[in-house]
Design a protein around this ligand. Structure first.
Ligand code: TEU
Length: 594
């Protein structure tokens, strides 16, 4: 039991406050909508834009500042829309351009910003450009927009290099030329249906600048940039024997020893960070984002943003994406990847503030998204094992109660920290991962390309439960849902939690309301002396304006023993019941005014 009651002089500074008039994106809470799974207006079992627009008041009431929509563009949906066939139109399954316009203007009327997803590493194989590239043949200008190469071997029968696909299998596919003979190969870091663009071709850069302008003209407030670290490949496309991801389930430690050959070890980055895979985090990507920043800066107010989805390690490398003339934000996947471990959490928080402050960018925080096991389930798994890519019925099942308890505490830590936070649809309900989905429903290309060895991401993409006693749990007007909703989801439905004291939904509403009132997103951060051992304790103080001097203790207890709060601390919110003596039990977080 911790008894110390340190005074204000015992704080260790971590991060300085932002000014009260900082731009919106420095402290925004951004809610991720996965359009297929949020709200279905027409009963076809797939969510759509009119469904989203109708339910936007729910998000205003939740208290978020912005929404980010996963892709809604025309797509054959081989990777749920991350395979874009036309960046300037909406897929009919989601609606139409007028539906997008209506969504954007309704969101703005409700005071919500709108961030859309941009997928610039690859197009769909059904994009006009790729179809033209196939038709035009080797050496053509059309092929020059993608990465086509001759194969190796006597007859070009082997792929041009050894790069695998992130989703499993080879990273190259051989085409059949117009005369029926086996021809060139094209690179696809993801699925076969997602050919990588060749960003050394200026036409590609011009096209994306124009796409940014197109969506800015329709009123969007920003772009989440898919695979932002992947656009530029090392010249010569050299072989690579290390891991494909710089940060993933199997490589969750910065110090992980990478099995590299001689050729690779020669390519040690000048900062000494370690071997850099030739398909990720190449220097050339930064020129692209400098250009995009100037495109956005040339737009009329309000300020529009770029957020990097870049699985880059260490954080000093990630911070290079958010230098003042590049992007505004980058997802903090180090935070998401941290196990329920106080020491690691303290390390990640320290490093995140240090590296982002160094370049003047806000730190972001995120615990869940459409690519990872939901944190209410993840934190109920054995914390000594790496984060799995999906959970199947025959695998170790999460402890649901423990997971939810920790998830509520983890979120209370996240939303108590200064910076911008991302909330993934359904986490405000404490929604668990679907872990018993029959294989025949699975759609993630990862599952199919690895022949089921990787379960993949369908389990976090299941349609939202809104109303317990309604068809498709209120997701849409019919029973249809593109992925089955687990039996257990009914109890998590919005209508079961709204107005219910202690529900996860009401906890999120309270946190977002206090966060906004106290301007916690713009505050300073310092370690409180209670931090150490199994305790993470940050003091968030608003630095300026009428709130000057308000201090909120954000404390999480990850240890077995209860923790006593400093004398005089006034508890504002807690993620679970406190002990009778006011102490903070295991796996519980509090916000307390000092
Ligand atoms: O994700 C990039 C990415 O690398 C992830 O796919 C991650 O490696 C994977 O989920 C394993 O955990 C982005 C999108 O977020 C994802 O949905 C797309 O499938 C992918 O790009 C391709 O566009």
């Amino acid at each position: 039991m911790t008894q110390s009651t340190p005074d204000a002089t015992a704080l260790t500074p971590l991060h300085d406050a932002d000014p009260a008039d900082a731009p919106w994106w420095r402290d925004a809470v951004i809610y991720q909508i996965y359009p297929r799974s949020w709200a279905d207006s027409d009963g076809d079992g797939i969510g759509d834009l009119p469904g989203i627009t109708a339910r936007l008041p729910y998000l205003r009431d939740l208290g978020v500042d912005a929404i980010w929509l996963s892709p809604f563009y025309v797509s054959p949906m081989h990777d749920a829309g991350y395979d874009v066939a036309d960046y300037r139109d909406i897929d009919p399954v989601f609606g139409s351009l007028p539906d997008a316009d209506a969504l954007i203007s309704t969101a703005h009327d409700l005071g919500l910003k709108v961030v859309v997803d941009l997928v610039p590493n690859h197009s769909s194989s059904e994009h006009e450009w790729f179809k033209a590239a196939l038709a035009a043949g080797p050496g053509s200008a059309e092929r020059g927009r993608y990465v086509f190469r001759e194969g190796k071997g006597a007859n070009g029968e082997e792929p041009p290099n050894n790069w695998p696909s992130v989703f499993g299998g080879e990273g190259w596919t051989r085409v059949t030329e117009a005369d029926g003979t086996p021809g060139e190969w094209y690179l696809h870091i993801f699925d076969t249906t997602q050919p990588d663009y060749d960003w050394t071709n200026p036409e590609v850069g011009d096209e994306f600048a124009s796409i940014l302008e197109f969506w800015c003209a329709r009123g969007v407030d920003g772009f989440r940039v898919d695979v932002a670290h992947g656009l530029v490949k090392e010249a010569g496309l050299p072989d690579w024997h290390g891991p494909m991801q710089m940060l993933d389930a199997a490589d969750s430690s910065a110090e992980a020893a990478l099995p590299v050959g001689e050729e690779e070890s020669a390519r040690i980055h000048e900062t000494g960070d370690g071997p850099r895979p030739p398909m990720w985090d190449q220097e050339g990507v930064h020129d692209i984002y400098r250009r995009w920043r100037s495109v956005l800066d040339a737009q009329p107010a309000p300020e529009r943003i770029l957020c990097a989805e870049a699985w880059v390690k260490p954080e000093s490398r990630l911070a290079r994406y958010v230098r003042s003339d590049e992007m505004h934000q980058a997802f903090n996947f180090d935070f998401l990847d941290t196990h329920w471990d106080a020491e690691r959490l303290r390390e990640v928080i320290t490093t995140s503030f240090r590296e982002n402050d160094h370049v003047g960018a806000p730190t972001t925080w995120v615990l869940s998204n459409h690519d990872v096991v939901r944190h209410a389930s993840r934190l109920g798994l054995d914390q000594s094992l790496p984060r799995p890519n999906g959970i199947g019925a025959d695998q170790a099942q999460p402890n649901a109660e423990l997971g939810l308890k920790r998830a509520r505490a983890a979120t209370m830590l996240m939303l108590g920290l200064p910076g911008s936070s991302y909330v993934y649809q359904g986490e405000e309900l404490g929604l668990p991962e679907s872990t018993d989905m029959p294989d025949e429903f699975r759609q993630d290309p990862t599952f199919h390309r690895t022949e089921g060895k990787e379960i993949g991401r369908d389990g976090c993409r299941v349609p939202m439960p809104w109303v317990r006693d309604a068809p498709s749990l209120g997701f849409g007007p019919s029973d249809a849902t593109w992925l089955p909703q687990p039996e257990a989801y009914g109890a998590y439905a919005v209508d079961q939690q709204e107005g219910v004291e202690g529900s996860t939904l009401e906890l999120y509403r309270s946190m977002l309301s206090v966060r906004r009132a106290d301007r916690l997103g713009l505050g300073s951060a310092a370690w409180h002396d209670l931090s150490g051992g199994d305790v993470v304790a940050v003091v968030n103080a608003s630095g300026s304006g009428s709130d000057a001097g308000r201090r909120m203790l954000v404390l999480v207890n990850l240890g077995a023993e209860p923790v006593a709060l400093p004398s005089g601390a006034e508890v504002v919110l807690s993620s679970g019941p406190l002990g009778a003596d006011g102490q903070v039990p295991t796996d519980v977080a509090v916000w307390a005014r000092l």
